[in-house]
Design a protein around this ligand. Structure first.
Ligand code: MG
Length: 338
């Protein structure tokens, strides 16, 4: 087996994607290829400096270095991915890229789509939300009104104009709304703001405060009427025991946790402890979005719109029909270059 990596230049739709803790314009993700006996599996890494300072250079170096730890048998997915996670703990997006390429390769070798490899029913995929980044309230409302293919919105908040934003969007659309504060508040602000936003008919609130204080999440949850979901606080499996009883749900992202294997473990843990799961994403092409979509029959919520948040996705795979994720039938991820 031989791994290789290439960076792809991407840019955010509308020229800019803004959340409470950062702004993204142009950026690079890494396409990971894993070749074995003439068959090529494909994966993607979308590194985020917020997590361990990981960037494109780290991903490229990690993928190259990972060749020494692959072994000869691609079917030993559990062993290979465990070795990668242990060897490269600070590069979860790179490890994810390798995990995805491995699953794609094995799916192609077996000639089955990933959802069948995983034993999942493609008719049970959830609807996915469409995310609207932070802009002037009337711009956000305009984008909400223009949404056609999606049946749920995720609104980025955590600003000092959150009420104005939600009010403008509620006037523009009747679609269900989820909000994400991206660590934008203190715990006291969170309680006050969430209780004030409840009247806009909101499904749940994502990551109200910075990670590191699970008791503060419990404190918030006891004082508000909306479900609380973590994202930045729930990176991988080892973060979950501390969140039991503190939140209602967790956002699992392949790029944070290191790929499909760890995501599956997180989903089972969360469900065993009464927490719902959303599969989320970074700004990703259809490679990584499709990989997460294959897992989506296991979860309550999906926020897999990263391929719509970038301009000119170079790849095609999962599609949307009436808001629901439609999985491709090709072997492995079922992704191809446009
Ligand atoms: Mg989030």
């Amino acid at each position: 087996m031989r791994l290789s990596a290439r960076a792809v230049k991407l840019s955010a739709s509308y020229g800019m994607f803004r959340i409470a803790r950062e702004e993204i314009t142009t950026f690079e993700n890494v396409v990971v290829e894993l070749e074995h006996e003439g068959v090529v599996g494909i994966g993607e890494a979308s590194p985020s400096a917020y997590y361990h300072g990981e960037n494109v250079d780290v991903v490229m170096e990690t993928v190259e270095a990972a060749n020494a730890h692959l072994g000869e048998d691609p079917f030993l997915i559990e062993d290979i991915t465990a070795r990668m996670a242990e060897t490269f703990p600070e590069a979860p997006a790179a490890v994810c890229g390798i995990d995805l390429a491995l699953h794609d390769l094995v799916g192609k070798l077996l000639d089955v789509p990933l959802y069948r490899m995983l034993g999942l029913d493609p008719d049970k995929t959830p609807v996915t939300s469409f995310t609207i980044g932070i802009e002037e309230p009337k711009v956000m409302a305009g984008r909400a009104a223009a949404v056609k293919d999606f049946k749920v919105l995720k609104i980025k908040i955590g600003t000092d104009r959150d009420e104005e934003i939600l009010s403008a969007i509620r006037d523009a659309t009747d679609l269900p709304i989820r909000v994400d504060a991206n660590i934008g508040w203190t715990k006291e602000q969170a309680v006050e703001n969430i209780n004030r936003l409840e009247r806009f008919d909101i499904q749940f609130v994502e990551q109200p405060i910075p990670p590191g204080d699970n008791e503060a999440l419990r404190w918030i949850r006891e004082r508000v009427g909306l479900p609380i979901m973590t994202d930045e606080s729930s990176i991988n499996l080892k973060d979950l025991p501390g969140l039991v009883g503190c939140v209602d749900a967790i956002n699992v992202k392949l790029m944070k946790c290191g790929g499909l294997r760890e995501a599956i473990r997180m989903i089972h843990f969360a469900h065993a402890h009464g927490m719902d799961v959303m599969l989320g994403c970074m700004l990703e092409t259809s490679i990584a979005i499709t990989a997460a979509a294959h897992l989506s029959p296991m979860v309550e919520y999906a926020d897999l719109d990263g391929n719509y948040l970038i301009a000119d996705d170079p790849f095609a795979g999962v599609t949307i029909d009436d808001g629901r994720l439609i999985l491709p039938d090709g072997p492995g991820l079922g992704v191809h270059e446009r």
